[in-house]
Design a protein around this ligand. Structure first.
Ligand code: FA5
Length: 337
């Protein structure tokens, strides 16, 4: 005969099996064993009818309560198994340390280019762009370099065909901007340029930033002032600059700007060839012929322009002695910036 003790024992046994089930199969076996059609508790419930009347309500209530408890335990065990299954996927060990998430970074040349652009943006310049595959007209002719001009040899050009080149400098953007916009204007133009050139300080593709300022009263003093400020913001307040006469067909007069050597501070070392100075850019007052080619009146407008090599600046800033390192893409090199 069933009594309360027997029922309690049954409950304990059932809970033990339900909670101890290692998988869904084990859990289902436990359910069938106790709560199935022929399960042990089901049998008890069925036999209640045959109990003496005074025992019926007591055993009936207890048996039903145990049934509810076992059903709840089953549900909980099912949920726990599901949680375990999700956490322990086959072949996945969640105790292993996570894989490092490799974050990309800006290339050092891009970083330097952005830095330089920001300096000029703060001075009221805006950014202009132009195509890398350029017409001979914009790269040379409109810049006062006619077809047989000896200055064409200053830049070893990649020709696409007779009339089309890979731009050798960012100066054609001067022309394109002036054709499009009326003066006054103040632009900088960063971009890739190409020359048939390769050694420790030259690569066939490199970056330049062009600057152009045109107004009614721009003077050589403005050129000097703005470029001096640029040099000091880039290389530090103590940087000294000097301007040497030079030649570019599209500027007159033309200069090259040197900064005091960033390595030896002007004392003379291997990097500056023991001169104490490093050349960083070319510049000058816009040649009247350039204004004529874009339809600006050279009697009314004056301007200055400059062009700098970004790799050169980056090499000096970071103390790098071989320009090719920028383009070999070794992670151990690139990760340092
Ligand atoms: C020019 O390209 C002129 N367009 C600059 C200019 C603009 C002058 C406006 C006046 C007014 P240059 O050929 O000197 O000038 O080149 C400028 C800079 O580009 C050089 O000082 C150098 O830093 C860099 N450069 C030249 N060739 C290479 C190369 N193959 N690889 C890396 N940098 C180079």
């Amino acid at each position: 005969m069933i009594d309360e003790k027997r029922l309690e024992d049954l409950k304990e046994e059932a809970l033990k099996e339900i909670r101890g089930a290692q998988d869904e199969k084990g859990l289902e076996a436990a359910r069938v064993k106790f709560l199935g059609r022929k399960g042990e508790l089901t049998q008890v419930l069925k036999s209640i009818a045959k109990l003496p009347p005074e025992l019926k309500p007591v055993i009936g209530r207890l048996a039903n309560q145990i049934k509810r408890e076992l059903e709840a335990a089953l549900k909980e065990a099912q949920a726990e198994l599901k949680r375990r299954k999700e956490a322990f996927l086959p072949g996945v060990d969640l105790t292993l340390p996570g894989r490092p998430y490799l974050l990309g970074k800006l290339h050092p040349i891009t970083q330097v280019m952005q830095e330089i652009c920001e300096i000029f943006l703060r001075m009221g310049f805006s950014i202009a762009t132009g195509p890398e595959i350029e017409l001979d007209y914009y790269n040379f002719e409109a810049l006062n370099i006619p077809p047989d001009h000896p200055a064409r040899d200053m830049q070893a050009t990649f020709y696409v065909d007779e009339k089309v080149v890979l731009r050798t400098h960012t100066s054609p953007i001067q022309i394109r901007t002036m054709e499009r916009e009326k003066p006054p204007l103040r632009i900088i133009a960063p971009g890739k340029v190409y020359r048939c050139d390769s050694d420790v300080t030259h690569t066939p593709m490199f970056h330049q930033i062009e600057g152009l300022m045109v107004d009614r009263e721009v003077s050589f003093a403005d050129l000097k002032g703005i470029l001096t400020l640029f040099a000091q913001e880039t290389f530090g307040e103590k940087t000294r600059v000097r301007f040497r006469p030079s030649y570019f067909p599209f500027t007159e007069p033309s200069v090259e700007m040197d900064i005091s050597c960033v390595i030896c501070d002007g004392d003379g070392c291997r990097v500056c060839g023991h001169t104490g100075w490093l050349e960083i850019l070319g510049a000058g007052m816009v040649h009247p012929n350039v204004f004529r080619s874009v339809g600006y009146d050279p009697e009314e407008w004056v301007g200055f322009a400059f062009g700098l090599g970004v790799e050169r600046i980056a090499m000096l800033k970071f103390g790098i002695d071989d320009i090719r390192l920028f383009y070999e893409n070794h992670l151990r090199f690139l990760e340092q910036f």
